[in-house]
Design a protein around this ligand. Structure first.
Ligand code: C2O
Ligand code: CU
Length: 455
């Protein structure tokens, strides 16, 4: 499928599904040609398409669920390789978590798999494959999952931004997804930056209105340093969780896997533009623009009620068991092979053990946790690179760091800085095998992966 989306005025994807309790939304994983860079169609783009999707817009569809209500999705695999869907950040039953060999079998070409769960938390989450992940995510597969809550304040509009790069050559075609040299460092960067698969899209928003902007860093490598010029903005949630106190957005670091929810007061004058920029490393890059339309609604950020409260992490720190988690480079440089998408190298390790990849026989768990008990994950990064470390199925709360003042935020992903030692409190409240890995996918696929067993 080919469609023309370049720069210029973009249409916000409106591919949300109204979900009847009985019908699963069909999520097809497919491969096709998509015009990404405005020059020439890129072949072999992997994308999700929803049932009943009438638009030809290939940009990643947004799924919507409601807090506490049944959500059902049927993955239909039309790729020519196995895949699965992982629901990143959602506290769900283990067998719905989408990790091949750990929680479910492969979904082979032509097969389908029904996922069902009732998301206990509202917020901005996402979904992506957990199979041959560097290729499948690198070529496009990843979308936002919005979990709505009736109790949340009403905004005048919403903009969802799925941020990522594509690694294309001059002929607009995919080039090799990674360089071993870079995989052993920060990860390999893409060449074309996009929001909703468009370079620098522009979204029209009501002048003087209050807009909720949901941002997802879906890139396999890039850590964003985001700034919004031309409007007042507050951070209202991080990784789907409301922040205890709204923070004025100065610059926000959003690493692979993380989400940032902003409340933005749009400028009053028609035509005014607000620019979301990534200011790292040195030359700011435009990510997306918001353009004010109509006469001013004259709204006030102060009028906005709080987001509905969510379950915290009810940690019993006086009774916590400490678990050391050393993030290091591996001494072993042997090439590794595995079934579902090994990339053939081993560079990283958790507690000195590099994960062998998604094999039918996973290595032993990093630790066995007792259901209901509190744990303190003592994560220590002895590498010169940052690692956004992600836990499936449960949330943790940052307690302390040797490098910075930590906010007691509840989350599923924490960016561990070089030489940082951080304590994350966790209540093992969800039984099953839960994967724990770096979300820089080259690090994940070259050893920085493990899992906890909760019984
Ligand atoms: Cu978003 Cu195991 O990952
Ligand atoms: Cu990493």
């Amino acid at each position: 499928m080919l469609s023309a989306y370049g720069t210029g005025l973009a249409v916000m994807p409106r591919l949300s599904q109204a979900l009847a309790a009985t019908d699963p939304v069909e999520v097809e994983a497919l491969t096709g040609d998509v015009l990404l860079d405005g020059k020439q169609a890129t072949r072999g783009v992997m994308r999700y398409a929803l049932s009943g999707q009438t638009s030809t817009d290939p940009s990643p569809p947004i799924l919507r669920a409601r807090r506490g209500e049944a959500f059902k999705a049927r993955l239909i695999n039309r790729l020519d390789e196995p895949t699965t869907i992982h629901w990143h950040g959602i506290r769900l039953p283990n067998d719905q978590d989408g990790v091949p060999f750990v929680t479910q079998p492969y979904v082979y070409t032509g097969d389908r798999f029904d996922y069902a769960f009732s998301p206990p938390d509202a917020g901005t989450f996402w979904y992506h494959p957990h199979c041959n992940t560097l290729t499948q995510m690198g070529r496009g597969l990843a979308g936002v999952l919005v979990v709505e809550d009736d109790r949340d304040p009403v905004f005048d509009g919403e903009v969802v931004l799925n941020l990522r790069d594509f690694r294309l050559g001059g002929d607009s075609q995919f080039i090799e997804q990674f360089k071993p040299r870079d995989a052993a460092k920060t990860g390999t960067f893409g060449t074309l930056r996009t929001a909703n698969w468009q370079p620098e899209p522009v979204y029209e928003v009501p002048a003087g209105g209050l807009i909720r902007v949901r941002i997802l860093a879906a890139d396999v490598t890039r850590i964003y340093n985001l700034k919004l010029a031309g409007a007042k903005a507050q951070i209202i949630a991080i990784d789907g969780h409301p922040v205890p106190e709204r923070l004025t957005l100065d610059m926000a670091v959003v690493s692979p896997g993380q989400r940032l929810d902003l409340a933005v007061r749009i400028a009053d004058s028609e035509g005014a533009e607000m620019v979301l920029e990534d200011i790292r490393p040195s030359t700011p890059k435009v990510v997306a623009r918001l353009r004010a339309v109509g006469s001013s609604l004259k709204r006030n950020l102060g009028d906005l009620g709080p987001l509905a409260e969510k379950a915290g992490v009810d940690a019993d720190l006086s009774n916590a068991t400490e678990i050391p988690l050393l993030l290091s480079a591996t001494a072993e440089s042997a090439a590794r092979d595995s079934i579902c998408g090994s990339i053939g190298y081993s560079f990283w390790a958790i507690n000195k053990v590099p994960y062998p990849g998604d094999t039918p026989d996973p290595t032993a768990p990093i630790a066995e946790l007792k259901l209901g008990r509190t744990y303190l994950l003592n994560v220590e990064n002895v590498t010169p690179h940052a690692h956004p470390i992600h836990l499936h199925g449960m949330n943790f709360k940052a307690i302390s760091s040797n490098k910075r003042e930590v906010q007691p935020l509840v989350s599923d992903t924490y960016l561990v800085l070089p030489d940082e030692k951080v304590q994350l409190a966790l209540v093992a409240d969800n039984p099953g095998d839960w994967v724990f890995h770096c979300h820089i996918i080259e690090h994940q696929k070259t050893g920085m992966t493990g899992y906890f067993k909760v019984t």
